[in-house]
Design a protein. Structure first.
Lengths: 390, 164, 161
């Protein structure tokens, strides 16, 4: 009686550098995958333990480096959690600018997904176009904060400083140019026969199973469940804007691709509404423990000097209590669980990364497929290792 | 190369050959893709349309270390990954160079914890360090030009695989 | 309102409840933990079908030392609930992978970083640190830079299988 032996193949942590350091141990029977085991932890930097030794304010640059493809969304999640714990109100103009920066970050993250997914399958031209459009958004980031990739522009109670007229001009130029770019991407891939044959019917997962595995974000919406935190538990004045959440129905790679392409257009619609209806007002709250006074006041008034000294040396103190808050990141639900103990340092900070649950569903998604389909599936769920390993 | 074993002593015959070989080596450096974390995105941006690295000679990024000359370590090096870095460095054939890109690869960056190696030069020898978090693409191009200037001053028998 | 519903169908299981910033946190007793979570998962009144995360907290100077936090969400009733369990250093907690498959990797992470063991887990081993790592990093008595902070780093001491 013939017995079939399986080969073990190691897709090691060093493979063409688009997705990061993920190690997959595959058991193959010929060309078909029988069992897949992901090994993570090659980028584990200990962010949660470092955060127990720093002020609440000093953790903001650390959170930027979690999902480094769409950095402003992590800042939004962390700042909103601390504001919920301490109890700080954010003025309306700052909320609208936070929405603009978050949607721009979401578009940036989806650009990287599209370029690298197409590159892995074989369509090499797209990555040049998507990086050209990413440069436009990085110019907007640089105009506000000086950084291209990791702006760290949000503070508790609002923003770091007020926006410039150049920012409004750059955003309006981007809103005018971007629909042509999306039409260009669609014309290259959506009705392409080779793309359809490589992506339709691959990596299918039903809605119930996806929910059981804890998947959220566009990967869950591709299977048919419309769970988007911006609609079900609205935050940061998202209920002022009018947008649609796209939902797929079969749950394969092609449906997840269509969901994200539609999210490009919906994010642009939100940015358009926000920049046209931008209200007037301050960009920082006036809670004395959280927001710094203006620089010219500090050099003239003794009470502003004392307030700035107290904030910089001690920091904002949180009450005793625990709070959980989540935002809709570009890959799924990004949540922060903070435990405060009355001092200026968090007692425990737990980050709920969306890609952690998506990677734990990889053994179920890869089973029974061929080796070259594994590349399509890993690209379609869009993982970022900085977030998984923290 | 066997040529260096025969021409061990510096004389007038060798200087022209040394200049020629160094000119060839410095203008066609092919990097090995080694992106670990956030700096990898700036490295990708350097190689694509807006800041083109191909005009400096680095035409393609080779994923296989056997076909590469340069290893750009971009991103945080953790202790779990250090075994792989050392193994890949040893697989690149001579002549080879290393650029440590970013604050995390140079000295450990903002992560001083139990699982991060404080600088990639604790494991492999480094030629050029680039500060920044992440550094701009123009900084990577400036580092490449500094490396090219360094290669032009090398002697033929300064590589470790030439026996005495 | 939800506390009354739980008390009506499962009396005597809730140890304590806290309302903080409009969210409910429930402390549960350890004895009937499995039937409590099964009721929350499958009963028509609750239907918490998404387990978002499992977290562990090390309260160093209080007995029992650890706390486990389960964050649940129900799609049908649009409700979020935080369930907490007090665990001591040598306790073994029943694993929730029987009800939600999304508890698999978070429980491995709690075992790796804090040292709490789970029973009936399909694959309990280290996930974020390397395989011959000694100690549990997120405990309060583990130094931030590791126990070997003043020695030179030797890559041969790391074993990855």
């Amino acid at each position: 009686m013939a017995e079939s032996k399986t080969t073990i193949l190691n897709m090691g942590p060093h493979h063409p550098a688009t997705h990061g350091v993920l190690r997959l141990v595959l058991e193959l029977d010929g060309e078909t995958i029988v069992k897949a085991t992901p090994h993570i932890g090659h980028l584990h930097r200990g962010i949660e333990k470092i955060a127990e030794n720093k002020n609440y304010h000093q953790i903001i640059p650390l959170t930027d480096r979690l999902d480094y493809t769409a950095a402003s969304l992590n800042n939004l999640g962390y700042c909103m959690t601390v504001e919920k714990l301490i109890g700080v109100e954010v003025p309306k103009k700052a909320q609208y600018i936070r929405v603009i920066m978050s949607e721009l970050a979401r578009i940036m993250g989806h650009h990287l997904w599209l370029g690298s997914h197409a590159l892995d399958i074989g369509a090499m031209t797209l990555i040049f176009y998507t990086f050209r459009d990413r440069e436009m958004i990085m110019n907007i980031n640089e105009e506000l904060s000086g950084y291209r990739l990791t702006p760290s522009f949000l503070r508790f109670g609002g923003l770091a400083k007020d926006i410039t007229p150049d920012f409004i001009k750059y955003v309006r130029d981007f809103v005018k140019w971007f629909p042509k770019a999306v039409d260009g991407y669609n014309s290259l891939l959506t009705d392409n026969i080779i793309w359809r044959k490589r992506t339709m019917g691959i990596g299918t997962i039903s809605a119930e199973e996806a929910l059981n595995y804890g998947m959220t974000g566009p990967s869950l919406r591709g299977s048919g469940i419309g769970y988007d935190i911006r609609k079900v538990l609205p935050y940061c004045s998202y209920d002022d804007f009018d947008f649609v959440v796209p939902i797929g129905d079969k749950g394969d790679v092609y449906d997840r691709y269509l969901v994200r392409m539609e999210e490009f257009k919906q994010s642009l619609h939100i940015i358009d509404q926000a920049i046209e209806n931008l209200p007037e007002g301050p960009v920082k709250s006036d809670n004395p423990w959280v927001s710094n006074p203006e620089i010219n006041e500090v050099s003239e008034d003794i009470s502003a000097l004392i307030r700035r000294f107290k904030i910089q040396s001690e920091g904002a103190k949180a009450p005793v209590g625990e709070v959980y808050h989540s935002v809709e990141g570009s890959k799924g639900e990004l949540g922060f669980y903070l435990v405060g103990d009355g001092t200026a340092q968090p007692f425990r900070m737990k980050i709920r990364p969306p890609c952690f649950m998506l990677t734990s569903a990889l053994p179920r998604l890869l089973e029974g497929h061929m080796l070259s389909d594994a590349i399509s599936i890993i690209g379609s769920i869009d993982i970022v290792l900085g977030e998984i390993d923290r | 190369m066997g040529l260096e074993n025969y021409l061990k002593h510096e004389n007038i015959l060798v200087t022209n050959i040394t200049d020629f070989v160094n000119w060839g080596r410095s203008n066609s450096i092919w990097p090995c893709t080694f992106g670990l974390a956030c700096c990898a995105l700036e490295m990708m941006a350097t190689s694509l349309a807006s800041y083109d690295i191909a005009r400096f000679g680095s035409e393609v990024y080779r994923p296989s270390p056997r076909q590469a000359d340069l290893m750009i370590v971009s991103g945080t090096l953790t202790k779990k990954m250090s075994v792989m870095v050392k193994r890949i460095y040893e697989q690149i054939p001579e002549p080879k160079w290393v650029i440590a890109m970013g604050a995390c690869a140079s000295t450990g960056g903002i992560f001083k914890s139990y699982s991060v190696v404080q600088g990639v030069d604790q494991i492999i020898p480094v030629d050029v360090y680039i500060p920044g978090c992440p550094p701009r693409p123009e900084a990577l191009l400036a580092a490449l030009m500094k490396l090219q200037a360094k290669i032009k001053t090398e002697k033929l028998d300064s590589r470790p695989d030439v026996d005495e | 309102m939800i506390v009354e519903k739980i008390n009506k169908s499962l009396p005597g299981l809730i140890e304590d409840q806290i309302w903080f910033r409009d969210e409910l946190q429930i402390y549960v007793k350890k004895e009937l933990f499995i039937s409590f979570m099964k009721h929350l998962r499958y009963n028509e009144d609750f239907k918490f079908d998404l387990l978002l995360d499992v977290a562990g907290i090390d309260r160093f100077s209080i007995k029992p030392r650890f706390e486990l936090v389960y964050i649940l969400y129900s799609l049908e009733y649009n409700m979020r609930l935080i369930v907490k369990l007090k665990v001591d250093i040598s306790d073994i907690v029943p694993s929730m992978t029987i009800f939600w498959k999304s508890a698999n990797w978070p429980e491995r992470e709690v075992y790796d970083l804090l040292g709490i063991k789970f029973s009936n887990h399909p694959d309990l081993r280290r996930i974020l640190t390397w395989d011959n790592f000694e100690g549990h990093p997120l405990r309060k008595d583990f130094p931030l830079q590791g126990p070997d902070f003043n020695e030179k780093f030797n890559p041969d001491s790391i074993k990855v299988y």
